[in-house]
Write a protein that binds this ligand. Structure first.
Ligand SMILES: *[C@@H]1O[C@H](CO)[C@@H](O)[C@H](O)[C@H]1NC(C)=O
Ligand SMILES: *[C@@H]1O[C@H](CO)[C@@H](O)[C@H](O)[C@H]1NC(C)=O
Ligand SMILES: *[C@@H]1O[C@H](CO)[C@@H](O)[C@H](O)[C@H]1NC(C)=O
Ligand SMILES: *[C@@H]1O[C@H](CO)[C@@H](O)[C@H](O)[C@H]1NC(C)=O
Length: 761
């Protein structure tokens, strides 16, 4: 590196600023609860978010999702999480428990057993969790830099919070570190990281699959220990086997025991999506950063979702630095990393890891810059959590069916008033489903937004509805055709279709009325009489086409375009984001399986896999003017893997398994692309297995199909053409034999041609 010192200045500056995270679907509370002020009242209500007070949604209840349904989690994070600018992880978790509650007050739940039972206070982790954490010895092997943690013995004190503040019943040490070494009630959904090579480590350490050991105390003993903790040898309860088995004070003694794993599959782990630094916005192509969660197969009334955003600097190896470097200033030697001759030199020039160091950029001249460095923040975890929701078993009618959740995000107000929350939108805004799938429209809002926030209807209230738009009137822009089949409702219009005339997702008249008026028996034009919560149970959609819909109330000049798009496809289509860890994409009918082993992709690839029936493949090819050549016959569906480019790390290939006609002969796999207009097909090396199962390896996206090359027809065609050539040549020889004069004439004329071309040169 040419300017190592300057690069350090910049990287530390970046590391020391805030990096908030806000959850939009499900609605993140950021500790807010039904508050009509711009700033939330109490940052300590349930958990430590470290976010700005203005964030958060008032309510998220009583959302009810079905197990196994598809749910799009959306958030904004303030800094990139996929660059080399620092370590970064996003950790997605949930927990379900009959004790969870949002509460009715904004005050923090008290640190007492009685308080813990008072339904007025919101509660996520339970009281026992907090008691144990606040009494248990903290992990003293952790690097806490120059933070003063003297006489602070328990796990409620950490480098990020050396005051041991209480946020609901959250355990500070558990919050700040992942994977956490003590038992935790949180179940892992996914980890996204800029260092996907750490994924095997995360997956094997996750409490989903790995048990924890701890020094267990009964709830009664914890309560007694709380009163007596000052009599304890280390002023904390033991956290290791040896102390656990030896320490006993006033009859309080722990049991070293194993806390079983959650018994779930290992969490998903992959690279994070692209996002910009210093910007709470969308990711690539203007789309929000999302994670598609398939809801677990459970039946729970009360669950909470949590997302954490952990960023740390690359100024030292944060994952391998331990307590031996603690001190003021820290004992980290930055000299070699920043091209300084010695540790001594580094120290005198201020290259030490401590609060706000003054660094001298030249050894002799007196140019100094102060770094805005706070060692409690150089590595920092931000968090947001949902309100309480339920995950219910599917009724029999939905078993084996695909259910897509369709929600509304955002809150009342213009962009400035709602920030760092967002304005209204449907989630997912654009969705591709298959004919026969179910759509579950459901949303909630608040009646208690700030009174003067911009919007329609009664001040302070959120409402949404869904109506099909009117058909296209004028040709517009370069609107790229989207999805399959006819288009219902035009995106550029703002008037809804008449309900008498609307052909919208096969919904009944009654459903259309509900989606439009929410509360049909007492309808008013601004929907004020309706409840902010709306749930149309899952509805099956059969009619292929692309539907554009609008919310009439909010589609004004501030919230312009609360509109959404649903494309219902005839053909199977699967999306997946596969990165370094690889993974599998399987078609609905299980006839096509794409498998990438670890290391095949060297970055996150957003793959789409479409399966076209043969007739559709032929139709598409014909639309490019390409027809089947003689002797060819398709013996599988067309498999389209997009993007249709090279996808893998150099020299690596992923595997595809595809079903072909079992009785086909001379089967070969071919690849082409729509990008090339099917201009040529090349053969792909493939294994033809039993019962027509064909497997092949490839490094590219494209259109793949199996053909039966009918060699008998080909050989006959070849023989016929050879015969024709033979006949022409033979005929010519016979002709010239009979007319030698013509032969001489012909020879002379070719010579003349040659000479004339030579002259030209
Ligand atoms: C955050 O990163 C640090 C390393 O910089 C690590 O020690 C810690 O466990 C991480 N915490 C979370 C919640 O991911
Ligand atoms: C710790 O350092 C070792 C050796 O440099 C490295 O292999 C390992 O990946 C590091 N651990 C983590 C969690 O980054
Ligand atoms: C009513 O439906 C018909 C056919 O579906 C369509 O042609 C016509 O444009 C629709 N009219 C309105 C006002 O939406
Ligand atoms: C998530 O689902 C949406 C909507 O179905 C889809 O458009 C998107 O590509 C999916 N994203 C990933 C990363 O799979």
């Amino acid at each position: 590196m040419k300017y190592p010192i300057l690069s350090m200045v910049c990287s530390v500056l970046i590391a020391a600023v805030d990096a908030d995270i806000y959850l939009h679907n499900p609605r993140g509370s950021n500790n807010r609860h039904d508050e009509n002020t711009r700033e939330r009242k109490n940052e300590k209500r349930l958990f430590d978010s470290q976010n700005n007070d203005r964030g958060g949604y008032n309510v998220g209840s009583p959302m009810k999702y079905y197990s196994g349904s598809k749910y799009q989690i959306e958030w904004t994070n303030q800094h990139s999480c996929n660059s080399a600018k620092g370590n970064c992880e996003l950790i997605l978790q949930y927990m379900c428990n009959s004790d969870l509650r949002d509460g009715t007050k904004t005050d923090t739940i008290p640190d007492t057993e009685d308080g813990s039972k008072d339904p007025q206070y919101g509660m996520h982790e339970n009281y026992e969790h907090y008691l144990w954490c606040s009494l248990r010895e903290r992990n003293k092997g952790l690097f806490t830099a120059d933070q003063n943690l003297n006489n602070k013995h328990t796990a409620k004190y950490t480098r990020q919070d050396n005051q041991g503040n209480r946020y609901g019943y959250e355990c500070a040490e558990e919050r700040d570190y992942y994977p956490y070494w003590q038992p935790s009630p949180w179940k892992d959904i996914a980890i996204m990281t800029n260092k996907a090579k750490k994924c095997p480590y995360y997956q094997s350490e996750s409490q989903n699959v790995k048990s924890r050991w701890g020094c267990y105390f009964s709830f009664e003993d914890l309560k007694r220990a709380k009163d007596q903790i000052n009599n304890f040898p280390k002023k904390s309860l033991p956290n290791n086997k040896e102390d656990c088995e030896q320490t006993q004070v006033n009859g309080i003694k722990g049991t070293w025991k194993e806390f079983p794993a959650h018994g779930l599959s290992k969490p998903d782990c992959r690279e994070t999506d692209l996002s910009r630094d210093n910007h709470l916005g969308n990711g690539l192509n203007g789309n929000p950063n999302v994670y598609n969660w398939t809801l677990p197969d459970i039946d729970e009334d009360k669950c909470v979702f949590r997302i954490r955003y952990n960023i740390s600097t690359e100024d030292y190896d944060s994952w391998n630095t331990t307590a031996e470097y603690n001190g003021n200033p820290t004992k980290l030697d930055l000299s070699s990393k920043y091209g300084l001759p010695s540790e001594e030199d580094a120290k005198t020039r201020g290259f030490v890891f401590k609060g706000n160091p003054n660094v001298k950029l030249f050894a002799t001249a007196n140019f100094e810059l102060q770094l805005a460095l706070d060692t409690s923040q150089y590595g920092r975890t931000f968090q947001d959590r949902s309100h309480v929701f339920s995950i219910k078993q599917r009724p029999d009618s939905l078993k084996g069916m695909m259910v897509h959740n369709l929600n509304v995000r955002g809150k009342r107000g213009n962009i400035v008033q709602v920030y760092p929350a967002v304005e209204y939108d449907f989630v997912p805004n654009t969705i591709n489903i298959m004919a026969g799938d179910y759509v579950h429209f459901q949303w909630t809002g608040s009646n208690n937004n700030p009174q003067n926030n911009a919007g329609q209807g009664k001040p302070g209230t959120d409402r949404s509805n869904v109506l099909l738009l009117t058909p296209q009137l004028y040709p517009e822009g370069n609107d790229v055709p989207f999805g399959q089949g006819p288009v219902f409702g035009h995106y550029g219009n703002n008037y809804p279709s008449s309900l008498n005339n609307a052909s919208f997702l096969d919904l009944s008249k009654n459903d259309l009325i509900q989606l439009s008026f929410l509360k049909p028996d007492n309808a008013d034009k601004d929907l004020n009489n309706a409840d902010p919560y709306f749930n149309l149970e899952p509805r099956q959609v059969m009619t292929v086409g692309t539907y554009h819909y609008v919310c009439t109330r909010n589609n004004d000049f501030s919230n312009r375009d609360q509109k959404g798009r649903i494309s219902v496809n005839k053909f199977q289509m699967e999306n997946g984001a596969l990165g370094y860890m690889g993974g599998t994409l399987t078609s609905r009918d299980h006839q096509v399986v794409l498998t990438a082993d670890q290391g095949v992709f060297d970055r996150l690839q957003k793959l789409t896999m479409e399966v076209w029936p043969r007739e559709e493949g032929v139709r598409r090819m014909e639309s490019y003017g390409v027809t089947l050549s003689i002797g060819e016959k398709y013996v599988s569906n067309f498999l389209v893997i997009s993007p249709q480019t090279e996808l893998t790390a150099l020299g690596k290939k992923f595997q595809v398994r595809i079903q072909t006609d079992p009785d086909a002969v001379n089967v070969n796999m071919y690849v082409s692309s729509t990008d090339s207009g099917f201009s040529s097909w090349s053969k792909v090396k493939a294994d033809i297995g039993k019962d027509g199962v064909v497997t092949f390896s490839t490094s590219r996206g494209g259109v793949y199909v199996a053909k039966s090359d009918n060699y008998t027809v080909l050989i006959i065609a070849l023989c016929v053409s050879i015969l024709v050539v033979f006949l022409i040549v033979g005929g010519a020889i016979l002709y010239f034999r009979k007319n030698p004069a013509k032969w001489t004439q012909l020879k002379d004329s070719t010579k003349m041609v040659k000479r004339s071309t030579q002259n030209k040169v």
